[in-house]
Design a protein around this ligand. Structure first.
Ligand SMILES: Nc1ncnc2c1ncn2[C@@H]1O[C@H](COP(=O)(O)OP(=O)(O)OP(=O)(O)O)[C@@H](O)[C@H]1O
Length: 276
């Protein structure tokens, strides 16, 4: 088995690292309809404020796009949510009760936050089906039942995910032979095998063809509702196709929020993107 370099490992891999499990999936309190709260989060690097009292919340089942110029703090925000970066101040909660600033990265992944980095990291020497199977086996919750053979429930889950990511026809193709877009979908499928409540997707359509980009938008729209999605993206045609609420970050805080047409007509947003 080829193991991606540690730096590039997707979060589902870390979720299986065998670390202490302080969090039980399903224990998430979303009674108020909010899955993620960030409240006045600040992060400084050598005195420079990458996040400056950033506050936002994501509703259960929402599909949210985060846009903003280079250096606005988008990646840093994702890093705070996944526990990779600790804020200097502010609160970050998953549901009502899980304090993300106190949990370790594997605990956060296990609690139901999946992150997809820009570069696809799939096991190229394995088939699509095997990649999804491996992603599920990495999840210790189902390890025992999968140790000897794949039971029919697990097989059914893999088949459902293959349909969602439109790779059923490629089930027995080696992942290394897939197009860039198909590799991205496969990695999203690997995240889905872990049944995340919240998916964080960092520039998911970078390098995709126009057709792949539009299919990815359809996939995300279909995942919303059952999952909550936070998508960082620069491609405005894609953001428009997603159709959800858009948050514009600038200098580490929220500059504007609303549907794409509204934020694009906002003078402050125009100035930030075009004014310098
Ligand atoms: N580890 C770090 N050390 C020092 N500075 C950092 C670090 N991480 C981020 N920064 C700085 O913080 C600011 C915000 O960076 P961040 O990567 O979050 O922005 P971004 O909105 O994701 O930008 P991009 O669209 O270019 O990816 C930038 O000025 C960046 O140089």
């Amino acid at each position: 088995m080829i193991t991606p370099a540690i730096e590039d490992r997707p979060q589902w891999a870390d979720a299986s690292a065998g670390q202490a499990r302080a969090v039980t999936p399903g224990a998430l309190d979303i009674a108020h309809g909010v899955i993620l709260y960030l409240d006045e989060i600040s992060v400084s690097f050598d005195g420079f404020k990458a996040l400056n009292k950033l506050s936002l919340h994501i509703d259960v089942g929402e599909l949210r796009c985060i846009i903003g110029p280079n250096g606005a703090g988008k990646t840093t925000m994702m890093d705070v949510i996944t526990g990779k970066t600790r804020p200097d101040s502010g609160k970050a909660f998953f549901g009502q009760t899980l304090d993300l600033t106190r949990l370790k990265e594997p605990e956060i992944a296990h609690a139901g936050i999946g992150r997809k980095f820009q570069k696809p990291t799939v096991f190229e020497q394995h088939t699509v089906f095997e990649n999804l199977e491996l992603a599920m086996k990495m999840d210790k919750r189902v390890w025992r039942s999968l140790f000897y053979k794949l039971d029919s429930e697990a097989r059914g889950r893999i088949e459902t995910v293959m349909e969602q990511i439109r790779l059923t026809a490629q089930a027995h193709r080696l992942a290394g032979l897939l197009s860039h877009g198909q590799k991205q979908w496969l990695e999203i499928g690997m995240l889905l095998m872990q049944e995340p409540r919240l998916l964080l997707l960092d520039e998911p359509v970078a390098g995709m063809t126009d057709d792949e980009t539009m299919r990815t938008a359809e996939l995300f729209v279909s995942l919303a509702g059952q999952h909550s999605l936070v998508v960082v993206e620069h491609d405005m045609a894609f953001v428009e196709k997603l159709g959800g609420k858009v948050t514009v970050l600038h200098e580490g805080s929220v500059l504007a929020e609303g549907d794409l047409a509204t934020v694009q007509a906002d003078d402050r947003v125009i100035e930030v993107y075009l004014g310098r």
